[in-house]
Design a protein around this ligand. Structure first.
Ligand SMILES: *Cc1c(COP(=O)(O)O)cnc(C)c1O
Length: 358
């Protein structure tokens, strides 16, 4: 194979519309004012690419970022991003000192994490957000452990090891009733912490769902994830109905065309790239402006039926996008594949180049 052949090998691409991201962030930020937007850029910005999304988010009015782990925060810092960054997923290998010295704010759920901060020997106090479990049971101190967490944090604050900046929690988004119960639990936990002497600069609770539908849960900022990428957090509405625009368009090249009564077309994208294999019988993609049913998904390719229509090698299929050119949205694709739009976009593998348009 010559070099030219290698370059010519067509690749799928995820086209990332930064203007759409900015639209969504600005739209959501207006909705929640005077609360602010902490943009959730975990999992490589839900598969959209950390740094370009962070830059566009800042331009559109996000005032802080949420990542899962300290190393992602360090990448943002190395890129010169100087707004608050919150990381809350810590393990045995966590480099606490690096996080503290880069001014990554730390979500804290357990006393062992506070002890690790004290032992880290950083050259400045850590900034911590103490997390209470309000029913989701996905980290966060239980109400039983909460007073102990508060007391230890206050002791370490006294010693100059850390500064307690926030109390926070995460909602299950299961139902409005559940979220309201969790909100009451959160207020109660904050009051308990204050009775023990804690003074919080900020409180935060809501992600996309409560941020949109529950004004009383917005507090100082909303940690917007999925809505910022253009999708609804609700089962009974679409992103479009909420005024959001999907940011990612997933495209694949036609690599083979077989005409035999009907036109069977092979696309250069498969389950190795994140295309779901579930629900194939319901799935269709857009090819030259027409919907074509999917026949099969393989590791590096998929077969679609283009019917009587003329298709050529090198044409481009759209698996999902904003839905404005007849293609499915990731929300529709996710319904076929019995998953959620979050998984559709985050699951697009690293092999698929992200191409940024504005
Ligand atoms: C992922 C995440 C968010 C964002 O959630 P969305 O539902 O995508 O808006 C907010 N907070 C925490 C703690 C998260 O893990």
């Amino acid at each position: 194979m010559t070099i030219v052949d290698a370059i010519a090998e067509p690749l799928p691409r995820a086209v990332i519309d930064l203007a759409a991201l900015r639209h969504n962030v600005a739209h959501l930020t207006r909705l929640i004012e005077p609360a602010q937007t902490m943009l959730a850029v975990k999992a490589d910005a839900y598969g959209h690419g950390l740094l370009p999304i962070a830059d566009a988010g800042l331009d559109a009015g996000a005032t802080s970022f949420a990542v899962l782990e300290i190393p992602a925060g360090l990448i943002l810092r190395s890129a010169g991003i100087d707004v608050p960054i919150l990381a809350w997923l810590h393990g045995q290998d966590t480099d606490w000192r690096a996080g503290i010295e880069a001014d990554i704010e730390l979500g804290i759920s357990a006393v062992w994490q506070l002890e690790a901060i004290a032992a880290a020997g950083a050259d400045r106090p850590a900034v911590v957000h103490l997390k209470v479990d309000t029913g989701l049971s996905r980290n966060g101190a239980t109400r039983e452990d909460w007073p102990g967490l508060i007391r230890t944090a206050l002791e370490l604050q006294e010693r100059g090891v850390l500064r307690v900046r926030a109390a926070w929690s995460h909602l299950a988004d299961a139902s409005i009733a559940d979220d309201e119960a969790a909100l009451a639990e959160f207020r109660d936990a904050v009051a308990e912490a204050e009775s023990l002497g804690a003074r919080f600069e900020v409180l935060h609770l809501a992600a996309s769902s409560a941020g949109i539908r529950m004004p009383e849960a917005r507090f100082d900022f909303v940690r917007f994830g999925i809505a910022a990428y253009g999708f609804s957090p609700f089962d009974d509405s679409t992103g479009a109905e909420l005024g959001l625009i999907p940011v990612m368009r997933l495209e694949a090249p036609v690599t083979e065309v077989h005409v035999d009564g009907t036109t069977h077309v092979r696309l250069g994208i498969g389950y190795g790239d994140g295309v779901p294999t579930l629900g194939i019988a319901k799935t269709s993609v857009s090819l030259n402006g027409r919907r074509c049913p999917v026949i099969d998904v393989e590791v590096d390719g998929m077969l679609v039926d283009a019917g009587p229509h003329r298709v050529e090698v090198g044409d481009t299929a759209i698996l999902f996008g904003p839905g404005t050119a007849g293609e499915p949205t990731a929300e529709q694709y996710a319904d076929w594949a019995e998953t959620i739009a979050d998984e559709m976009v985050t699951g697009v593998s690293a092999r698929v180049p992200r191409v940024y348009v504005d």
